[in-house]
Design a protein around this ligand. Structure first.
Ligand SMILES: C[S@@+](CC[C@H](N)C(=O)[O-])C[C@H]1O[C@@H](n2cnc3c(N)ncnc32)[C@H](O)[C@@H]1O
Length: 191
C-alpha cells in the first residue's frame, strides 16, 4: 500500500510514499537530541521516527487512523527505536499525558470541520507545548486570517493573521513548505 510518507531502513524501502525529509529539515535544522516531540496526525510515523533516530529523548505520534498507527508501530520495531511511541488518538480530544518541547501539527488541522474545532484543538496543543508549535496548512486566499480552501471547499486554510490573533505574545515565523511551497505554508510558533 502506498502511504503518505516514505519510510526507509538504509537502502530498504519500508513504506512507499513522499519523501518528507526536506520538510523535517525545515523544522529540525539540527538533530533534536534530548528533546521531547509530539506529532499530531503522524500518519505512518515519519517525523517521530526520524526524530527518535536523531536522538530525541521521546517522540510520540498520534493519529485517528488505527491502520497507520499499526504501520508506524511496525516501522518503530523494525528500526529498533524504543524512544518512538504511537497511539490512536483524535485531535478533537485533548492529549493530557505529558508536555513536549516541540509539537507538530502538519497537514492535519484542515481535516477538522469548523474553525471552532481548530481553535479548541489549538488550545490543548498550546497547553502541552513547551518551546515550539509547528503547523503546516493550506494558504488562505488573499491574506485572510482563515478561509475555505479553493480546491477542497470544506477544508479550512489557516494564515499568519489567524495565529497572531490567537497568540499575540508568541514569536511567529511563516515560511513555505518544502513539499508544496505554492499551496501550503508552515507557521512556526515560539513560546
Ligand atoms: C495529509 S496526512 C498528513 C500526515 C503528516 N502529518 C505529514 O504532514 O506528513 C493527514 C493525517 O492526519 C490524520 N488525521 C485526520 N484527521 C485527524 C484527526 N481528527 N485526529 C487525528 N489525526 C487525524 C489522517 O489520518 C492522516 O494520517
Amino acid at each position: 500500500m502506498e502511504s503518505y510518507q516514505r519510510i526507509t531502513n538504509g537502502s530498504r524501502v519500508l513504506a512507499k510514499g513522499r519523501d518528507r525529509l526536506p520538510d523535517y529539515r525545515l523544522f529540525f535544522p539540527s538533530a533534536p537530541v534530548g528533546k521531547t516531540i509530539l506529532d499530531i496526525g503522524c500518519n505512518v510515523g515519519f517525523f517521530p521516527l526520524q526524530a527518535a533516530a536523531e536522538g530525541a529523548k521521546c517522540a510520540v505520534g498520534l493519529d485517528r487512523d488505527r491502520n497507520v498507527i499499526r504501520c508506524a508501530q511496525g516501522h518503530r520495531d523494525t528500526l529498533k527505536l524504543p524512544n518512538a511511541h504511537f497511539y490512536v488518538h483524535d485531535i478533537q480530544s485533548p492529549w493530557r499525558f505529558a508536555h513536549y518541547d516541540v509539537v507538530l501539527c502538519l497537514n492535519v488541522l484542515h481535516h477538522l470541520p469548523e474553525i471552532e474545532d481548530i481553535r479548541r484543538a489549538l488550545a490543548w496543543v498550546d497547553a502541552c507545548a513547551i518551546e515550539r508549535i509547528v503547523v503546516a496548512s493550506p494558504i488562505p486566499k488573499d491574506g485572510a486570517p482563515w478561509s475555505r480552501e479553493r480546491q477542497h471547499k470544506r477544508r479550512i486554510a489557516l494564515g499568519e493573521a489567524f495565529f497572531r490573533q490567537l497568540w499575540p505574545s508568541y514569536d511567529i515565523r511563516v515560511y513555505p513548505t518544502a513539499s508544496k511551497p505554492n499551496s501550503r505554508h508552515c507557521i512556526e510558533v515560539r513560546k
